[in-house]
Design a protein around this ligand. Structure first.
Ligand code: NDP
Length: 435
């Protein structure tokens, strides 16, 4: 804490991991002696830079860019870029730290990193977004590369932004390589990458539910967010037989008791991805739905909750409300959406709860598959990618069960994911010496 003052999100993420790992480290004194935990919590490198760009009025705007290269023990740094007004070093360090464990869990050879900027894409024209992306990449290109560090999307960085970033990278470096993932299908992207995180969350939740003899069939599902992860989590949950009744954005949430079916979801995709509208417009289009301004969807009665918006979006009180309303399963699409108090409430009531580093790993796993296709210069079919994604999510679930099952049979997915993710990275660090 003294070393990283004011970095509250980073402290929160490290604290959660240390809590699960402490008993494991006590049993393996070499890890303590070699200071693996201390090293893992220190980024290998942090790059911060100025991003000047011209807005549509011809005025200069200045943002701050970052890349946190957290750990490369098991592969090149890999992790998304976030463009959001709230971005700061603490948030990116927490995300990069989580990414190390998540990438290890996928079983693919990827280290952990994260980056982004305090640039706010809301209300910006396509031209402004392009100018910003070009300026951002003009500096970032010095620090990334297909064998060094491979960024992808995150909040505020979708297909449009990856296109602008990739175009500028290619222009400056004069190479067509897989340095970014999340590319378009016709220019190096992987089938199913847009769907992967949301689908993966549902595949993981399916495995969790199966441990109780349950499934999505006939279940009511509350989802937060309405961006990339939320959209495809809603699609897969519906395909698996669930009824999705909520979506949200940072202004409020909509509740549709009739369910957000395939046709309504098509409208949401168009609204958010093409017109860049607000979720409240859903309630104007579908009168069965109600819009709740400035609120989050956790007071709605549901069986399954999939938080897919942002960090710390479920408080302890909200988690207690979910449990009291009969929720049996929480699988995180977002990174660290549940506060420590919320996690305590789920675990005290022994409901199924999986942290983002396990449940949302399908996105980065499919990015890993995109890197493999780029290296092979081949394009796999959607079916092939889906099968691989599905089996990776099953394997992560198995690893969580192996390392997280408590003596009373309760599966502590937090502990399972932290130990399983840590072991591979720690062993690699031990083998590589004092680096
Ligand atoms: P998008 O930008 O596509 O969507 C983000 C959604 O969350 C939007 O609906 C946004 O609303 C909402 N949101 C963002 N910030 C806040 C906030 N402070 N309060 C309330 N709502 C907010 O991002 P993604 O869907 O890609 O990412 C969502 C989460 O999933 C993030 O935590 C991300 O780290 C995580 N994740 C994403 C992966 C991916 O492959 N994309 C992979 C693994 C994890 P608004 O439009 O109003 O900002």
């Amino acid at each position: 804490i003294a070393k990283n003052p004011g970095e509250k999100e980073f402290h929160q993420a490290v604290h959660e991991v240390i809590e699960s790992l402490a008993p494991y480290i006590l049993e393996n004194p070499v890890l303590a002696k070699m200071k693996v935990l201390e090293r893992i919590a220190e980024p290998e490198r942090v790059v911060m830079f100025r991003v000047p760009w011209l807005n549509d009025k011809g005025e200069i705007e200045i943002n701050r860019g970052y890349r946190v290269q957290m750990n490369s023990a098991i592969g090149p740094y890999k992790g998304g870029l976030r463009f959001h007004a709230s971005v700061n070093l603490s948030i990116l360090k927490f995300l990069a730290f989580e990414q190390v464990f998540k990438n290890s869990l996928t079983t693919l050879p990827m280290g952990g990193g994260k980056g982004g900027s305090d640039f706010n894409p809301k209300g910006k024209s396509d031209n402004e977004v392009m100018k910003f992306c070009q300026s951002f990449m003009t500096e970032l290109q010095r620090h990334v590369g297909q064998d060094t560090d491979v960024p992808a999307g995150d909040i505020g960085v979708g297909g449009r932004e990856i296109g602008f970033l990739f175009g500028q990278y290619k222009r400056l470096r004069n190479e067509f390589t897989g340095t970014l993932t999340g590319k378009g299908l016709g220019w190096g992207g992987s089938p199913l990458r847009p769907e992967a995180t949301g689908y993966g969350v549902c595949y993981f939740a399916q495995e969790m539910l199966a441990t109780k003899g349950e499934s999505f069939k006939g279940k009511t599902v509350a989802i937060s967010g309405s961006g990339n992860v939320a959209q495809y989590a809603a699609q897969k949950a519906t395909l698996l037989g669930g009824k999705v009744v909520t979506l949200s954005d940072s202004s409020g949430y909509i509740y549709d008791p009739e369910g957000i079916d395939a046709e309504k979801l098509e409208y949401v995709l168009e609204l958010k991805n093409i017109f860049r509208g607000r979720i409240k417009e859903y309630a104007e289009r579908y009168p069965a739905a109600t819009y709740y301004e400035g609120q989050r969807p956790w007071s709605v009665k549901c069986d399954i909750a999939l938080p897919c918006a942002t960090q710390n979006e479920v408080s302890g009180e909200e988690a207690k409300m979910l449990v009291a309303n009969g929720c049996i399963c929480v699988a995180e699409g977002a990174n660290m959406p549940s506060t420590p108090e919320a996690i305590k409430a789920y675990q005290d009531h022994k409901i199924l709860y999986a942290p983002g580093k396990a449940a949302n790993a399908g996105g980065v796993a499919t990015s890993g598959l995109e890197m493999t296709q780029n290296s092979e210069r081949l394009l796999w079919t959607a079916e092939e990618v889906d099968n691989k994604l599905h089996s990776i999510m099953r394997n992560i679930h198995e690893a969580c069960v192996k390392y997280g099952t408590e003596p009373d049979g309760y599966i502590n997915y937090v502990k399972g994911a932290n130990i399983a993710g840590f072991m591979k990275v720690a062993n690699a660090m031990l083998a590589q010496g004092c680096v």
